[in-house]
Design a protein around this ligand. Sequence first.
Ligand code: G6P
Length: 612
Amino acid sequence: MCGIVGYIGPREAYPILIKGLHRLEYRGYDSAGIALLDGSLRLYKTSGKVSDLEDKIKGNNLSGNIGIGHTRWATHGEPNDSNAHPHCSTSGNMALIHNGIIENYASLKKELINRGYHFRSNTDTEVLIHLIEETKLQEGVDLTEAVRIALNHVIGAYAIVLVSKDNPDMLIAAKKGSPLVIGIGKNEFFIASDASPIVEYTKNVVYLDEEEMAVIPRQGRLKIKTIRNQEKTPYIHHLEMQLSAIEKEGFPHFMLKEIYEQPRSVKDSMRGRLNASKGVVALGGIIDYQQAFVNARRIIIVACGTSWHAGLVGECLFEDLTRIPVEVEYASEFRYRNPIIYEGDIVIAISQSGETADTLAAVELAKAKGAIIIGICNVVGSSIARATHAGSYTHAGPEIGVASTKAFTAQVVVLALMALSVADKKGTIPKPRFHQLINELESIPEKLEKTLEVNQQIEELSHIFFNARNFLYLGRGYNFPVALEGALKLKEISYIHAEGYPAAEMKHGPIALIDENMPVVVIATKKGSYEKVVSNIQEVKARKGVIIALITQGDTTVRQMADYVIEIPETDEIFVPIVATIPLQLLSYHIAVLRGCNVDQPRNLAKSVTVE
Ligand code: G6P
């Protein structure tokens, strides 16, 4: 949560900062601010979005070729002007932006107040800037050393960037628990929470590691050391990301663009890993752990949100294909309940951003207890990806819409590839079935193209339902996680209450909600528990519920029973979640648009939840 950006070099900083903040706005969008240094240090901030900041400061002096910017997702202190970042030192000579939570802020604040500091905001962040100023004064050290010493007193998570009028030729950045990337240009540096504000200017980046701080000079070399004062040699990564990947390219929203990207993103997830004609499935990233999978007595999947839903599909895939028992855990629950982990257990952490604080903490916990940790992340070089022993990236490309779409389908594809490769090695599925499945998986991108043809029909359907107050989503087996994900998408972006339920379990509660005003979306694809789902549809119809059924192309049985049907191409039962999720993404998208909601930046949500 919160996006941070900084620039130092020969160009005007303001346009770079504002553009960067727009790109990072998916991380938080309740207030925004910038600080520019040009002889004097000028701060501009406001509640609201980055565009509100732009409007508010039009006509002001925005010059300066060193600056920092912030877009906020509030944790401590409501989203108003004074709680917006940057926060300024008492002298007015330093300004700081922060992403994370300072857990011991209350005790630090008390101490600082006792020493005469006056606080202008209710944030945890403001203690940092005063603490740095106080350290500098008390210890008589330079700014870099003051930051280093101050950070040693801090408990919690931070990515910070600091600008100082007294040190006009450098920015200081530091990271623990929240991500920070430094872009290295020609005589200029860019700093950001992720690479999206940087990629336009340079492809050479350094990812700060845990408890590292960087002194970023106007001229000369980037210096990195740990907050324990150990010098580090910066390791330069080359970004593969293209600029087009983070632009809307004619789509009205990132979410729609990302839904439409799925035939390609799913193909990218399989690229170099699946060759059906040669009968090969191989994930290079986990090749050294194939035997560990074969020997594993248990797999635990940890994740949050949509990634957790992908984990539920993963459970079905691994249990079906490899016969290894799987538990799927909310990372936030797992980390706080003293879980039992046996030696040789494999923990798979799934995360689009690779930065979700709870998932990262679950990974650290399981690692400390001796588990083998495998990551499935989308963002290359992210904290979770780096904290795991091995893993496979989803390669879905940057996902900017806050509601996750293409990351989900890519996660399911990677889980399917993993399960298939382990099953083949372990000999738990007959060879003909293995070949049939990998052939089918290879044809999925084409089927997704076909699936997207329902867009128009779903848009029309949305006109009928966009005023509904509740929705129920039902599915069984592989389609139960699809029901959960469909309901989550609708809640997230349209603010309509929706529940996903196992279709048979409906009888034990939700059935009481059903009347003629209740749209019930049923994933009723052929095979699996099809016959049972058909009975569940009858149960809903008997109570006058309105059925929107997702059916396999050509199915006439459910077509006759349902009020509305959406057809999807036929595929093997185990791959249905990849296909069936797409119409549900579209349904939530069109309903949210008709309700006038901000699809890409739904209220109260953030793309990357770096606080617990
Ligand atoms: C947030 C996002 C969700 C996402 C979840 C987990 O809540 O809004 O879309 O599914 O975090 O994020 P991750 O990056 O770990 O997959």
